[in-house]
Design a protein around this ligand. Structure first.
Ligand code: ACM
Length: 729
């Protein structure tokens, strides 16, 4: 009996194989897949209705009306009220982007009658001379079939509104248009940042500029520039040139470049806050200035990732003189109100081993290393206050002796943020927004700077200024950094800007896919660099099979990438793991197809053909991949992946075949397939398949059909989801 079932199942599989190859144009109602790969990529994306727009972040209040404002070659912009170069430049950039999308050439003439302009901007005033955490970023935008009118109190508000205007652009058979709409918008949090660590890996100015453009597109307003680390000192200092000369491998920003980045950011309404991490994370300072360290040295630039011992010696008066001179120079460069002093992960090993430091602590009654760091922070805080700046540091610096004006930057968990707020300190949240850890967007999206169960009072809540995504730089190069930041950071930006009720994950992903493409027009490389990297890996232009594989894998998560400790800051970041991206879109879209199919009990016809074609592609891509991998030694580490992909595809096809035949799989099939999935789920070449959970659902569905029939159809899907979640634990 068992053998007969197996034979029937195999016969069914052969049928599947043939039909999958024959189907090249699925029915219209199923979407417009032309080839199997495309069929997954091109889910139906309906034109927005009053509830379905593509704005990210979602505005505070939005109301669509009937009608549309046509966008054609006659498009013009006029301003009333305050006018200045920053606004003119922003209008110019927006017009060029609109031209880029539509192919029209707009008139370069000023519009004399502002009432006849397609877009009228009424701006009341300039706002802060230096971008400020208190900036009024609000705006309103009213679009009617006749024209669009934007009103803003400041230029920065107008900049935010212009980005919304661009995101509103839609198209259909009738041409390009902006739907009639009324928007009243302002941010939920005033501090909405992105940390870019340029110390582990140096990032050229053009990388920063394109990321500033992307930040502006999603209304982020702080570039937290992590400039110094064990692995590099990236700022030119005139007063202490040995810092950048000896601590940077020649990879540092000149003072002119720093001014250029700050001006570029200001033009986009973005603050630039520098971080000089101390007293730990400071090896690169000590290469040229070993006398500042807590051990004699000599020191060399750190090449590994991790936490290291070198730390400033807080007992030496010369250190404070040095820092005063250093910061005196830095405040001439960085106009922002805040200076970030790091303060994280100083384990104090050098302090414990240094007899002089121990004697100092005894004499002053400083009881432990944390208290010694608090002593250092107090001294530092005086220097920074004297220079007219506010100090911000990572949450380790929270200590009863810390001045109230200090801002606490929480990275170890939301608790420290709440604790700081309760004690009257302003705070910024980064815990939950560590984009270097490669977690999917939805994980970051559900983290709110104010937890839903927060017991803070209204007064205490005012201390929570916002949050920052953190792009730590150990494993990113100029080639890959965009793909680690974008598009995921757009969803984090939404968390910081939009009302807290905006939490629909599916809707977020729908809009994120649109934003991701728009970000490319700003020169972002998160999409396009994948192909380039795959061509280099495969040594050919014909990268189709490798693209299929890479679209389905994600880099290993958390801190698993360098478990073996082999990689250093000098390791080229050009392997399969670097070409792979977080939060696989192909896996997510396959998951959507499967979930929708599961909702179609008891026949499961919905998406059946598309799922089958996709699975067939996975099964059949193996020979071409094997040849590619064999011929390219750098890919040899990935040898197992085509085999696994093929097995995953086959297992899914078997499940579909059993379902289509309404036939129970043979004994042992489910266990064998689950065991195979478990093996396939293990990382290889430091990447992992992202669609295994969806195939697991198919297998469980096929295996459970007989049992499901005893419960109502409406419960089938939930039952399958529960069983597959149990399996994945
Ligand atoms: C940190 O991640 N050490 C701030």
């Amino acid at each position: 009996m068992k053998n007969l079932r197996t034979i029937i199942a195999l016969l069914l599989l052969c049928t599947v194989r043939v039909s999958a190859q024959q189907i090249s144009s699925p029915s219209v109602s199923e979407g417009m897949g032309i080839r199997p790969t495309l069929s997954v990529g091109l889910l139906k994306s309906p034109q927005p209705t009053s509830r379905e727009h593509r704005l990210m972040p979602v505005p505070a209040a939005i109301k669509f009306q009937a009608g549309r404002l046509k966008i054609d070659a006659s498009f013009t912009v006029a301003t009333e009220g305050h006018r200045e170069a920053r606004l003119e430049a922003a209008i110019h950039r927006v017009a060029r982007r609109l031209e880029g999308r539509t192919g029209f050439t707009f008139s370069r003439e000023q519009v004399s009658d502002s009432k006849s302009a397609t877009l009228l901007i009424e701006c009341l005033g300039p706002g802060s001379a230096v971008p400020s955490v208190r900036e009024d970023e609000s705006y309103s935008l009213d679009v009617s079939p006749e024209r669009a009118v934007m009103k803003a109190a400041t230029v920065v508000g107008a900049l935010r509104g212009l980005e919304t205007f661009l995101q509103l652009l839609e198209a259909d058979r009738g041409g390009y248009f902006i739907p009639a709409v009324s928007i009243q918008d302002k941010p939920r949090f005033q501090w909405r940042g992105l940390l870019i660590d340029v110390a582990r890996h140096y990032e050229p100015v053009e990388v920063l500029k394109r990321n500033l453009d992307a930040m502006a597109a999603v209304k982020l307003n702080v570039l937290h520039w992590h400039l110094t680390e064990d692995q590099g000192f990236r700022v030119e200092t005139r007063g202490f040139p040995r810092l950048h000369e000896m601590g940077s491998d020649g990879l540092y920003y000149t003072q002119d470049q720093i001014r250029e980045v700050i001006a570029y950011a200001r033009d986009r309404g973005i603050r630039v806050m520098p971080e000089f991490d101390m007293p730990g994370h400071a090896t690169s300072w000590l290469v040229g200035h070993p006398e500042l360290g807590s051990a004699p040295g000599p020191y060399t630039i750190e090449r590994k990732a991790g936490i290291f011992e070198p730390a400033f010696d807080p007992t030496r008066e010369e250190l404070y003189k040095f820092l005063e001179g250093f910061f005196k120079e830095m405040v001439t460069l960085f106009p922002d109100e805040y200076i970030h002093i790091g303060g994280d992960e100083n384990e104090g090993h050098q302090w414990t081993k240094n007899e002089k430091i121990q004697a100092f602590m005894k004499e002053k009654g400083i009881k432990d290393n944390h208290a010694l760091q608090a002593y250092f922070n107090q001294r530092l805080s005086k220097i920074i206050q004297k220079l007219g700046k506010k100090m911000i540091g990572w949450d380790e610096i929270l200590h009863p002796d810390l001045p109230q004006s200090t801002v606490i930057h929480s990275w170890r968990g939301p608790k420290s943020l709440a604790e700081a707020a309760r004690k009257g300190y302003d705070g910024v949240l980064s815990s939950g927004y560590y984009i270097d850890l490669i977690f999917p967007t939805r994980e970051h999206y559900k983290v709110d700077p104010i937890a839903s169960d927060s017991d803070l009072t209204a007064e205490e809540l005012k201390h929570i200024l916002g949050g920052e995504a953190t792009m730590w730089g150990e494993w990113v190069s100029p080639e890959t950094i965009d793909s680690r930041i974008w598009p995921r950071t757009a969803a984090i930006a939404e968390r910081f800007w939009s009302p807290r009720e905006v939490t629909d994950v599916d809707d977020m992903y729908r809009r994120l896919d649109a934003i991701s493409i728009q970000l490319e027009e700003l020169g972002l490389t998160h999409e396009k660099n994948v192909d380039m990297m795959l061509r280099r890996l495969a040594r050919t232009k014909e990268i189709g099979p490798l693209k299929t594989l890479v679209s389905l894998v994600e880099p290993v998560k958390g801190y698993n990438r360098n478990q073996a400790g082999i990689d250093t800051m000098l390791t080229p970041l050009t392997r399969l793991i670097d070409a792979a991206r977080p939060d696989s879109q192909a896996a997510r879209r396959f998951g959507l197809l499967v979930d929708r199919m599961l909702s179609d009990a008891p026949h499961f016809r919905r998406n059946h053909d598309r799922i089958r074609m996709t699975l067939s592609e996975w099964r059949d891509v193996r020979p071409a991949l094997d040849v590619m991998i064999d011929g390219s030694p750098v890919l040899h580490e990935a040898r197992q992946l085509p085999h696994d992909l093929s097995e995953i595809g086959t297992a899914g096809l078997e499940a579909l075949a059993y379902l289509a035949a309404d036939m129970a799989p043979p004994e042992g099939w489910r266990e064998a397939r689950m065991a195979m999935l478990e093996e396939a789920a293990k990382p290889k070449a430091r990447v992992e398949f992202a669609m295994i959970g969806s195939v697991r659902k198919l297998i469980i569905l096929a295996a459970e059909m007989a049992n499901l029939k005893s419960i109502p159809h409406s419960q089938w899907k939930d039952r399958v989801l529960t069983l597959s979640e149990e399996k994945s634990r």
